[in-house]
Design a protein around this ligand. Structure first.
Ligand code: AMP
Length: 302
Protein backbone atom coordinates (compact mmCIF):
# COMPACT_ATOMS: atom_id res chain seq x y z
CA UNK A 1 0.00 0.00 0.00
CA UNK A 2 1.18 3.53 -0.62
CA UNK A 3 1.98 6.09 2.04
CA UNK A 4 1.52 9.86 1.96
CA UNK A 5 4.10 11.85 3.91
CA UNK A 6 4.06 15.56 4.63
CA UNK A 7 6.44 17.59 6.79
CA UNK A 8 9.46 19.81 6.38
CA UNK A 9 11.96 19.58 3.55
CA UNK A 10 15.04 21.44 4.71
CA UNK A 11 18.60 22.46 4.23
CA UNK A 12 20.25 21.70 7.57
CA UNK A 13 23.49 22.86 9.10
CA UNK A 14 24.62 20.50 11.83
CA UNK A 15 27.44 20.78 14.34
CA UNK A 16 28.56 17.85 16.48
CA UNK A 17 31.55 17.99 18.85
CA UNK A 18 33.58 16.28 16.11
CA UNK A 19 32.38 17.86 12.86
CA UNK A 20 30.37 20.63 11.25
CA UNK A 21 28.42 20.26 7.98
CA UNK A 22 26.34 22.81 6.08
CA UNK A 23 23.41 22.75 3.64
CA UNK A 24 22.66 19.08 4.12
CA UNK A 25 19.44 17.54 2.89
CA UNK A 26 17.18 17.40 5.94
CA UNK A 27 13.69 18.06 7.16
CA UNK A 28 11.25 15.69 8.84
CA UNK A 29 9.60 14.69 5.54
CA UNK A 30 12.93 13.97 3.82
CA UNK A 31 14.10 11.61 6.53
CA UNK A 32 10.70 9.97 6.90
CA UNK A 33 10.20 9.50 3.16
CA UNK A 34 13.55 7.90 2.49
CA UNK A 35 13.13 5.66 5.57
CA UNK A 36 9.62 4.62 4.48
CA UNK A 37 10.74 3.99 0.90
CA UNK A 38 12.46 0.76 2.01
CA UNK A 39 8.99 -0.64 2.68
CA UNK A 40 6.36 1.14 0.57
CA UNK A 41 5.71 3.63 -2.23
CA UNK A 42 5.81 7.20 -0.91
CA UNK A 43 3.82 10.26 -2.03
CA UNK A 44 5.69 13.28 -0.68
CA UNK A 45 3.94 16.59 0.11
CA UNK A 46 6.20 19.54 0.81
CA UNK A 47 7.73 22.71 -0.51
CA UNK A 48 11.23 23.84 -1.46
CA UNK A 49 12.65 27.09 -2.80
CA UNK A 50 14.48 27.68 -6.05
CA UNK A 51 17.78 27.25 -4.16
CA UNK A 52 17.08 23.54 -3.52
CA UNK A 53 19.98 21.55 -5.02
CA UNK A 54 19.15 19.36 -8.04
CA UNK A 55 21.01 16.36 -6.65
CA UNK A 56 18.61 16.25 -3.70
CA UNK A 57 15.66 15.78 -6.08
CA UNK A 58 17.70 12.96 -7.62
CA UNK A 59 18.18 11.34 -4.23
CA UNK A 60 14.40 11.22 -3.68
CA UNK A 61 13.94 9.79 -7.19
CA UNK A 62 16.50 7.06 -6.58
CA UNK A 63 14.26 5.96 -3.71
CA UNK A 64 11.21 5.94 -5.98
CA UNK A 65 9.58 8.79 -4.02
CA UNK A 66 6.70 10.42 -5.88
CA UNK A 67 7.42 14.17 -6.08
CA UNK A 68 4.13 15.31 -7.69
CA UNK A 69 3.27 16.95 -4.35
CA UNK A 70 6.62 18.65 -3.84
CA UNK A 71 6.09 22.27 -4.77
CA UNK A 72 8.96 24.47 -5.94
CA UNK A 73 8.28 28.08 -4.96
CA UNK A 74 10.03 31.36 -5.62
CA UNK A 75 12.19 31.98 -2.54
CA UNK A 76 14.41 30.05 -0.17
CA UNK A 77 14.07 26.52 1.20
CA UNK A 78 13.30 26.01 4.90
CA UNK A 79 16.56 26.10 6.89
CA UNK A 80 17.43 24.70 10.27
CA UNK A 81 20.69 24.62 12.16
CA UNK A 82 21.53 22.82 15.37
CA UNK A 83 24.40 21.94 17.63
CA UNK A 84 24.94 18.77 19.67
CA UNK A 85 26.76 18.43 22.97
CA UNK A 86 29.12 15.54 23.79
CA UNK A 87 26.00 13.88 25.10
CA UNK A 88 24.40 13.54 21.69
CA UNK A 89 20.94 13.35 23.27
CA UNK A 90 21.34 17.06 23.98
CA UNK A 91 20.75 19.36 21.03
CA UNK A 92 20.37 23.12 20.78
CA UNK A 93 18.56 24.69 17.85
CA UNK A 94 20.68 27.60 16.62
CA UNK A 95 18.31 28.94 13.99
CA UNK A 96 15.11 28.17 12.08
CA UNK A 97 14.07 30.03 8.92
CA UNK A 98 10.66 28.95 7.66
CA UNK A 99 11.17 30.75 4.31
CA UNK A 100 8.82 29.17 1.70
CA UNK A 101 6.98 27.25 4.46
CA UNK A 102 5.62 30.53 5.81
CA UNK A 103 2.79 30.64 3.27
CA UNK A 104 2.59 26.96 2.30
CA UNK A 105 -1.03 25.79 1.83
CA UNK A 106 -0.72 22.66 -0.30
CA UNK A 107 -3.41 21.47 -2.64
CA UNK A 108 -2.92 17.71 -2.90
CA UNK A 109 -2.47 16.24 -6.39
CA UNK A 110 -5.49 14.13 -7.36
CA UNK A 111 -3.47 10.93 -7.38
CA UNK A 112 -2.60 11.44 -3.70
CA UNK A 113 -6.11 11.79 -2.28
CA UNK A 114 -6.85 8.12 -1.84
CA UNK A 115 -3.48 7.20 -0.31
CA UNK A 116 -4.43 4.62 2.37
CA UNK A 117 -1.61 5.31 4.84
CA UNK A 118 -0.63 8.79 6.03
CA UNK A 119 2.32 10.01 8.05
CA UNK A 120 2.16 13.63 9.19
CA UNK A 121 5.82 14.28 9.96
CA UNK A 122 6.81 17.17 12.17
CA UNK A 123 5.51 20.53 10.96
CA UNK A 124 2.86 22.86 12.41
CA UNK A 125 -0.32 21.01 13.46
CA UNK A 126 -2.39 23.39 11.30
CA UNK A 127 -0.48 22.34 8.23
CA UNK A 128 -0.75 18.68 9.21
CA UNK A 129 -4.54 19.06 9.49
CA UNK A 130 -4.74 21.01 6.23
CA UNK A 131 -3.15 18.07 4.40
CA UNK A 132 -5.17 15.47 6.30
CA UNK A 133 -8.44 17.18 5.36
CA UNK A 134 -7.72 16.45 1.70
CA UNK A 135 -7.15 12.69 2.03
CA UNK A 136 -10.15 10.36 1.72
CA UNK A 137 -10.66 7.99 4.67
CA UNK A 138 -7.10 6.71 5.17
CA UNK A 139 -6.64 3.33 6.86
CA UNK A 140 -4.05 4.67 9.25
CA UNK A 141 -2.95 8.18 10.21
CA UNK A 142 0.28 8.56 12.17
CA UNK A 143 1.59 11.95 13.33
CA UNK A 144 4.74 13.32 14.89
CA UNK A 145 5.20 16.65 16.67
CA UNK A 146 7.79 18.63 18.63
CA UNK A 147 8.19 20.76 21.76
CA UNK A 148 7.69 24.00 19.78
CA UNK A 149 4.08 23.05 18.88
CA UNK A 150 3.35 21.75 22.39
CA UNK A 151 4.39 25.15 23.72
CA UNK A 152 2.84 27.41 21.06
CA UNK A 153 -0.05 25.50 19.41
CA UNK A 154 -1.54 23.41 22.16
CA UNK A 155 -5.16 23.81 20.99
CA UNK A 156 -4.37 22.77 17.43
CA UNK A 157 -2.36 19.82 18.72
CA UNK A 158 -5.28 18.67 20.88
CA UNK A 159 -7.53 18.87 17.82
CA UNK A 160 -5.00 16.90 15.74
CA UNK A 161 -4.87 14.18 18.41
CA UNK A 162 -8.61 13.60 17.97
CA UNK A 163 -8.18 13.09 14.21
CA UNK A 164 -5.29 10.62 14.11
CA UNK A 165 -4.74 6.95 14.97
CA UNK A 166 -1.20 7.10 16.27
CA UNK A 167 1.11 9.74 17.72
CA UNK A 168 4.87 9.36 17.87
CA UNK A 169 6.75 11.65 20.24
CA UNK A 170 9.94 11.65 22.25
CA UNK A 171 10.14 11.26 26.00
CA UNK A 172 10.68 14.93 26.86
CA UNK A 173 7.74 15.90 24.63
CA UNK A 174 5.52 13.25 26.24
CA UNK A 175 6.42 14.59 29.69
CA UNK A 176 5.93 18.20 28.64
CA UNK A 177 2.60 17.45 26.98
CA UNK A 178 1.13 15.58 29.95
CA UNK A 179 3.05 17.23 32.81
CA UNK A 180 3.90 13.76 34.10
CA UNK A 181 7.24 12.38 35.19
CA UNK A 182 6.27 8.77 34.49
CA UNK A 183 6.37 7.85 30.81
CA UNK A 184 3.95 5.01 31.46
CA UNK A 185 1.40 7.41 32.88
CA UNK A 186 2.15 9.90 30.07
CA UNK A 187 1.54 7.24 27.40
CA UNK A 188 -1.74 6.17 28.96
CA UNK A 189 -2.91 9.78 29.34
CA UNK A 190 -2.21 10.57 25.68
CA UNK A 191 -4.16 7.46 24.65
CA UNK A 192 -7.19 9.00 26.38
CA UNK A 193 -6.95 12.11 24.19
CA UNK A 194 -7.80 10.37 20.93
CA UNK A 195 -5.13 8.19 19.30
CA UNK A 196 -5.42 4.39 19.48
CA UNK A 197 -1.65 4.00 19.57
CA UNK A 198 1.08 6.05 21.23
CA UNK A 199 4.79 5.59 20.62
CA UNK A 200 7.26 7.27 22.98
CA UNK A 201 10.86 7.36 21.71
CA UNK A 202 13.65 7.31 24.28
CA UNK A 203 16.63 7.97 21.99
CA UNK A 204 19.47 5.58 22.70
CA UNK A 205 17.24 3.80 25.24
CA UNK A 206 14.72 2.49 22.73
CA UNK A 207 10.98 3.14 22.68
CA UNK A 208 7.61 2.26 24.17
CA UNK A 209 4.39 1.42 22.36
CA UNK A 210 1.02 1.85 24.06
CA UNK A 211 -2.44 0.75 22.97
CA UNK A 212 -5.58 -0.11 24.90
CA UNK A 213 -4.49 -3.66 25.67
CA UNK A 214 -0.90 -3.58 24.47
CA UNK A 215 2.39 -2.43 25.95
CA UNK A 216 5.63 -3.12 24.11
CA UNK A 217 9.14 -1.96 24.92
CA UNK A 218 11.88 -2.16 22.29
CA UNK A 219 15.58 -1.52 22.87
CA UNK A 220 17.69 0.71 20.66
CA UNK A 221 20.51 -0.85 18.68
CA UNK A 222 23.72 -0.51 20.73
CA UNK A 223 25.75 1.56 18.28
CA UNK A 224 29.28 2.56 19.22
CA UNK A 225 29.71 5.37 16.73
CA UNK A 226 26.96 7.92 16.29
CA UNK A 227 28.02 10.61 13.85
CA UNK A 228 24.84 12.66 13.57
CA UNK A 229 21.61 11.92 15.47
CA UNK A 230 19.56 14.35 13.34
CA UNK A 231 16.50 12.77 11.79
CA UNK A 232 16.56 9.56 13.84
CA UNK A 233 13.04 10.21 15.11
CA UNK A 234 11.73 10.99 11.64
CA UNK A 235 13.36 7.86 10.23
CA UNK A 236 11.86 5.80 13.02
CA UNK A 237 8.35 7.07 12.36
CA UNK A 238 8.70 6.89 8.55
CA UNK A 239 9.90 3.30 8.64
CA UNK A 240 7.29 2.39 11.31
CA UNK A 241 4.44 3.65 9.12
CA UNK A 242 6.09 2.35 5.92
CA UNK A 243 6.24 -1.16 7.35
CA UNK A 244 2.56 -1.06 8.37
CA UNK A 245 1.67 0.14 4.85
CA UNK A 246 3.72 -2.72 3.40
CA UNK A 247 2.00 -5.48 5.41
CA UNK A 248 -1.31 -3.60 5.26
CA UNK A 249 -2.25 -4.82 8.72
CA UNK A 250 -2.47 -2.93 12.00
CA UNK A 251 -2.65 -5.79 14.48
CA UNK A 252 -0.46 -6.05 17.58
CA UNK A 253 2.09 -8.33 15.93
CA UNK A 254 2.56 -5.94 12.99
CA UNK A 255 2.80 -2.94 15.33
CA UNK A 256 5.62 -4.60 17.32
CA UNK A 257 7.50 -5.46 14.13
CA UNK A 258 6.95 -1.92 12.83
CA UNK A 259 8.55 -0.54 16.01
CA UNK A 260 11.59 -2.76 15.48
CA UNK A 261 11.91 -1.87 11.77
CA UNK A 262 11.62 1.79 12.78
CA UNK A 263 14.44 1.30 15.27
CA UNK A 264 16.58 -0.50 12.67
CA UNK A 265 16.33 2.31 10.10
CA UNK A 266 16.88 5.00 12.78
CA UNK A 267 20.02 3.18 13.94
CA UNK A 268 21.43 3.23 10.40
CA UNK A 269 20.47 6.90 9.91
CA UNK A 270 22.67 8.12 12.77
CA UNK A 271 25.78 6.37 11.46
CA UNK A 272 26.37 9.26 9.03
CA UNK A 273 25.28 12.85 8.38
CA UNK A 274 22.02 13.63 6.59
CA UNK A 275 20.71 10.70 4.52
CA UNK A 276 24.19 9.49 3.56
CA UNK A 277 23.94 6.11 5.27
CA UNK A 278 20.41 5.40 4.01
CA UNK A 279 21.64 6.11 0.50
CA UNK A 280 23.70 2.94 0.50
CA UNK A 281 21.51 0.85 2.81
CA UNK A 282 20.41 -2.53 1.43
CA UNK A 283 17.47 -4.83 2.27
CA UNK A 284 19.97 -7.46 3.42
CA UNK A 285 21.46 -5.02 5.96
CA UNK A 286 17.98 -4.14 7.23
CA UNK A 287 17.12 -7.83 7.73
CA UNK A 288 20.46 -8.53 9.36
CA UNK A 289 19.97 -5.82 12.00
CA UNK A 290 16.32 -6.85 12.46
CA UNK A 291 17.55 -10.36 13.35
CA UNK A 292 20.06 -8.87 15.80
CA UNK A 293 17.23 -6.97 17.50
CA UNK A 294 15.41 -10.28 17.82
CA UNK A 295 18.43 -11.96 19.41
CA UNK A 296 19.05 -8.98 21.69
CA UNK A 297 15.52 -9.03 23.12
CA UNK A 298 15.04 -12.79 23.39
CA UNK A 299 15.62 -14.23 26.84
CA UNK A 300 13.81 -17.57 27.05
CA UNK A 301 15.65 -20.63 25.78
CA UNK A 302 13.58 -23.39 24.14
P1 AMP B 1 14.74 15.11 14.51
O1 AMP B 1 16.22 14.94 14.69
O2 AMP B 1 14.04 13.80 14.31
O3 AMP B 1 14.14 15.94 15.59
O4 AMP B 1 14.50 15.91 13.16
C1 AMP B 1 15.42 16.84 12.67
C2 AMP B 1 14.85 17.51 11.43
O5 AMP B 1 13.74 18.33 11.80
C3 AMP B 1 15.87 18.41 10.78
O6 AMP B 1 16.24 17.87 9.53
C4 AMP B 1 15.16 19.77 10.65
O7 AMP B 1 15.26 20.30 9.36
C5 AMP B 1 13.72 19.49 11.02
N1 AMP B 1 13.12 20.57 11.81
C6 AMP B 1 13.71 21.31 12.77
N2 AMP B 1 12.84 22.23 13.28
C7 AMP B 1 11.67 22.07 12.62
C8 AMP B 1 10.38 22.72 12.65
N3 AMP B 1 10.12 23.73 13.49
N4 AMP B 1 9.42 22.28 11.81
C9 AMP B 1 9.69 21.25 10.98
N5 AMP B 1 10.86 20.61 10.89
C10 AMP B 1 11.85 21.01 11.68
Amino acid sequence: MSLLITGSVALDSVKTPAEERRDLLGGSASYASVAASFFSAVNLVGIVGTDFPKNYFELYRRHGINLDGLQIAEGKTFRWSGEYEWDLNKRRTLSVCLNVFETFQPNLPHGYRKTPYVFLANISPQLQMHVLAQVERPKLIVADTMDLWIETQREALNELLRKIDCIVLNESEAREFTKQTSLIRAGRLILKQGPKYVVIKKGEHGCLLFADNLFFSAPAYPLEDIRDPTGAGDCFAGAFTGYLAKVNRIDHDSLRKAVVYGSVIASYCVEAFSLDRLETLTSAEIEQRYQLFKLMSHFEVG
